[in-house]
Design a protein around this ligand. Structure first.
Ligand code: NAG
Ligand code: NAG
Ligand code: NAG
Ligand code: NAG
Ligand code: NAG
Length: 916
């Protein structure tokens, strides 16, 4: 029996000793930690930490077990650091050491801690696992410490008791983690302050599930700042204070109508767009609101008296007067932008109270009415507003290549002037509503179009009665639309042939004929060159285009956009808001001064008067400081020069003879118009293949009117400094400088010779006597050796050969030495026309070419006029000063006579010339 007793006794003693030693070790542990702490913070005497029992120290609290529960050493001018073993104070509930100069890493703390207030110190870091398992933590105030960059760890979600997290100005990087809300609740969190950090990215979606009252995220110091929309705030109805100023938030101010405790809203210095909602202006609890320096739109809001308002800084309000309504057009545009989330791109350019002021992205106006809405490829999401239908003047509505969802609103069918609706390549669903005949509706690339609902991964299909019917409806609609378009095209085509005066019809259908016929030009002072209601060129009805727009459309005159270069400067490719491609000729900066300005204006004056389907059209111009720019239509196939001589390098096929013929006819018609059919007589003076541009349909337009001479009315002779390009110069012009329309006829003859032979006007690779194409070709004609002169790439058959022979004769005729023996351009047209007619295109070809071979150009009229003028002398004296070489190869080949050709040298020569 001894054994057990002994065992019992030993056991009791052992246990006692064990327990005692544990208690001792724990309390002595706190003692060690506290002594350590006292040492490391270099506790000054006035801290009152001298008693041997740390539980007696000032501002230290212990529990009955002599365990430290609270340390408060705030505002004590302490400069040391904290010991690593602070974590061993396992009963610690509160640590306050704010407003000191403590440095070094902030240590990990025991999970017992509820309150931590350490802001405004010099702590160099916070452990990355600091929040792990800290389920008791309620209030954390750690801001204004120079921590090394750190991220808010996902483990913050362990802090299920957290009510306050204040961590402003303490080097937090990365984004706000998505750890709030129902799945990872921080249900107690009411204060979140992360101002003055380096956060980026948007609000986490899980914010929606929080009961946050104070949200202070202002003034992020990162480059990107916080971004995205404020949308999620709409669901955070407990919010009292919102400080998100000094970030990059975009999109509209959300609906605050349910936020009945919200009193302080600071949204300054973001990129917010859209109309300030009445849910904010009429919010009863509101005391302070700051809106300055955003892109807010619409009418400046009016807040009730008693609300402190800051909105003096920049915004995009339509007026400066709070409460003054915007124009109907502005309101219409804003309601269109609303379901698109008021894109920033729009808000940035939509300034003032007039959408037709010229700056508004996506809008083209004609006569102060919006004619084209081009929102293509703008990355838009959202839905198509039925409010588009209130823009009754709109002819083209282009929304293609975005991410638009929803359906095509039925309301759009009521738009009275609509001719084209393009919604292709979006995510639209639903039936395509039936538009009136003549409206072209493009909706390919919307995979759910025709279906009742958008397809989604979850079983929508099950209940979808539209399944099966949808595609059929789609096809039927497509066929109906196609028939409609076809009919419209046919009607337009018919009308064009019949009605060469192009009286504008109220339905605006003729607005889309791209080619301008001589007969519809209004050459009047005020209205510019465009028929008053010609809304295809509506964007240019005011011919002035701002430098900003041109910069934008040419990618800031990027090298990549350069189409060609010359002494005048460079030509850039660009695309206007309505999708029109343009070529922008930017004069070299040397061309400043009044004289150049006069030249420039004179060129514009000429260009606005000569408009023809076979002359490259001037769409606008820009004069801004030293910038002089001309905007022309863009000709995608480049120059005839490239197609004749550089086709291998450029990867083209050699031109077939019938193409050459039709190009020759186009050129002849363009020049004929210049000479005879424009209301005044113009002479091109620099006709050559590099000034003949080709469109996608391979139809040609004559370009480069830098040397065009307006023959002054009533003048009999016309002399000028010689300009032009060797090889194409008529002999009398080269020797005497006298200019007549026959100068152009000569050059045209040279171009014909080039097209026949595939040889350049001057070809230094040839033997001495054959360098000059005209001399060589004359010998060919005399020797009747045409067959051997034909470009070897031309496929010869009998018909082609006889056609070439006719053109060769014409070429020789045009290049006759004596100007009076040369024919007029009208004659050239008459010779070429029947040759082209032989190869009239098939019906299929005609589809995309409903004007090229259309002999509607009232030729008898033209002929009459030509005959009437034939007797008249074509020799005039120059008074206009509009002369500088402008084309690429007249500069680069050194074959030009004009001396000195380049500015500023030319400016000098002009001044002497102008001294006349
Ligand atoms: C903290 O306590 C643990 C035991 O709980 C011990 O292992 C460790 O050495 C102590 N650390 C310090 C720094 O006192
Ligand atoms: C942020 O903290 C630094 C020191 O850590 C201080 O110099 C700066 O003024 C603080 N900035 C703000 C906005 O509080
Ligand atoms: C939350 O923050 C606000 C403003 O910073 C303050 O007035 C309020 O007392 C804080 N609430 C708590 C519980 O800390
Ligand atoms: C927000 O900024 C980040 C970079 O910090 C960027 O990747 C993201 O695309 C931006 N989001 C929006 C909506 O602008
Ligand atoms: C603008 O369009 C409306 C409706 O189409 C029309 O009534 C009005 O006359 C137009 N205004 C001008 C200046 O053309």
């Amino acid at each position: 029996m001894e054994k057990p007793q002994l065992g019992f006794g030993v056991s009791v003693i052992f246990r006692f000793v064990l327990v005692f030693s544990l208690v001792l070790s724990a309390s002595s542990g706190d003692a060690e930690v506290m002594n350590n702490l006292r040492k490391m913070i270099r506790a000054p005497p006035n801290l009152g930490w001298s008693d041997p029992d740390f539980c007696e120290w000032q501002n230290i609290k212990c529990n009955s077990d002599k365990r430290v529960t609270s340390i408060n050493i705030a505002k004590s001018n302490l400069a040391g650091s904290l010991p690593e073993n602070l974590v061993n104070l396992s009963e610690l509930k509160a640590l306050q050491c704010f407003d000191n100069k403590l440095t070094g890493p902030f240590p990990k703390l025991a999970p017992s801690v509820k309150t931590l207030t350490i802001y405004n110190n010099g702590f160099s870091s916070i452990p990355s696992d600091f929040f792990e398992g800290m389920s008791m933590l309620e209030e954390v105030r750690i801001g204004a410490n120079p921590f090394s960059a750190w991220r808010i760890p996902d483990s913050l979600k362990d802090c299920t008791s957290l009510r306050v997290l204040e961590a402003q100005n303490c080097s937090i990087i990365g984004s706000i983690p998505d750890i709030f809300g129902p799945d990872n609740p921080l249900p107690a969190l009411v204060n979140l302050t992360l101002s003055y950090n380096l956060l980026e990215g948007g609000f986490p979606a899980s914010f929606a599930g929080t009961g946050l009252e104070f949200l202070l995220l202002n003034d992020q110091k990162s480059t990107n700042k916080l971004n995205g929309t404020l949308g999620v705030l709409q669901k955070m109805k407990s919010l009292k204070q919102i400080w998100v100023h000094g970030n990059q938030f975009t999109g509209p101010i959300p609906d605050f109508s349910k936020h009945d405790q919200l009193f302080d809203v600071n949204l300054r210095d973001n990129q917010l767009t859209g109309v300030v909602p009445s849910s904010l202006t009429s919010l009863k609890s509101l005391r302070t609101v700051k809106l300055s320096n955003n892109r807010l739109q619409g009418s400046p809001p009016v807040f009730p008296p008693g609300v402190q308002v800051d909105m003096t800084g920049l915004n995009q309000f339509c007026t400066n007067m709070p409460g003054q309504p915007c124009s109907a057009l502005v309101n219409a545009m804003l309601s269109v932008a609303e379901p698109l989330g008021y894109p920033l791109k729009f808000a940035e350019s939509w300034k003032g109270n007039d959408p037709c002021s010229g700056s508004w992205t996506g809008i083209v106006c004609s006569n102060k009415n919006i004619s084209v809405i081009n929102f293509q490829r703008m990355g838009l999401s959202g839905t198509i507003s039925p409010s588009f239908s209130s823009l009754t003047s709109v002819v083209k509505l282009l929304l293609a290549d975005n991410n638009l969802g929803g359906t095509i609103p039925r309301e759009l069918t009521s738009m009275p002037n609509l001719v084209e609706l393009d919604v292709s390549n979006n995510n639209l669903y639903g039936k395509v509503p039936t538009f009136r005949q003549g409206v072209s509706v493009e909706y390919t690339g919307n995979k759910d179009i025709g279906k009742d609902r958008p397809s989604s991964p979850s079983g929508l299909v099950a209940g979808g009665k539209g399944l099966g019917v949808g595609p059929i409806v789609g096809i039927v609609v497509a066929i109906v639309v196609l028939l409609g378009v076809g009919a419209a095209a046919f009607i337009m085509f018919r009308r064009k042939r019949k009605d060469s005066s192009f009286t504008q019809k109220p339905n605006g259908k003729t607005e889309f004929s791209r080619d301008s016929d001589a007969t519809r030009i209004t050459v009047s002072g005020g209205g510019g060159p465009y028929a008053a209601n010609d809304s295809y060129v509506g964007d240019a009805s005011n011919m002035v285009i701002t430098i900003q727009v041109l910069r934008e459309v040419t990618n800031n005159f990027s090298e990549q956009n350069i189409l060609g270069k010359g002494g005048f400067g460079s030509v850039y490719k660009g695309e206007l808001h309505d999708g029109t491609k343009i070529a922008v000729k930017r004069m070299e900066s040397g061309m400043v001064g009044e004289k150049w300005l006069n030249e420039f204006m004179a060129e514009i004056a000429v260009l606005t008067k000569v408009r023809h389907r076979h002359l490259v059209a001037l769409l606008g111009y820009c004069l801004d400081g030293n910038e002089r720019l001309l905007v022309y239509e863009y000709m995608p196939q480049g120059t005839l020069n490239d197609h004749l001589f550089n086709w291998k390098v450029k990867g083209f096929k050699p031109l077939e003879w019938k193409r050459r013929l039709s190009i020759a006819l186009d050129v002849a018609r363009g020049v004929e118009y210049l000479h005879n059919l424009a209301q005044q007589i113009f002479i091109h003076r620099d006709l050559k293949p590099s000034n003949i541009l080709l469109g996608d349909d391979m139809h040609a337009k004559v370009a480069d009117f830098g040397l065009v001479r307006l023959v002054p009315e009533g003048n009999a002779s016309f002399e000028t400094r010689i300009a032009g390009t060797f090889g194409y110069l008529a002999p009398e012009y080269a020797t005497t400088g006298r200019v007549t329309t026959k100068v152009d006829v000569f050059s045209f003859g040279v171009v014909l010779m080039e097209m026949i032979s595939g040889r350049k006007a001057l070809d230094n690779s040839q033997s001495e006597e054959n360098v000059h194409l005209v001399s060589w070709f004359r010998r060919v004609l005399i020797n009747k050796d045409i067959q051997n002169a034909i470009d070897p790439t031309i496929v010869l058959d009998e018909e082609t050969y006889s056609s070439i022979c006719v053109v060769a004769e014409l070429a020789g005729h045009c290049c006759t030495r004596e100007p009076h023996n040369r024919p007029d351009m009208s004659h050239a047209v008459n010779v070429l026309l029947p040759l082209v007619e032989v190869w009239k295109p098939t019906e299929a070809e005609r589809e995309d070419d409903n004007y090229g071979f259309d002999p509607d150009l009232s030729l008898p009229q033209a002929l009459e006029r030509w005959q009437a003028m034939d007797g008249r002398s074509n020799v005039y004296t120059n008074t206009a000063s509009l002369s500088y070489p402008t084309s690429e190869d007249s500069i680069n080949t050194n074959t030009e006579i004009s001396t000195p050709p380049r500015p500023p040298g030319l400016a000098d020569s002009l001044s002497s010339r102008d001294g006349r």
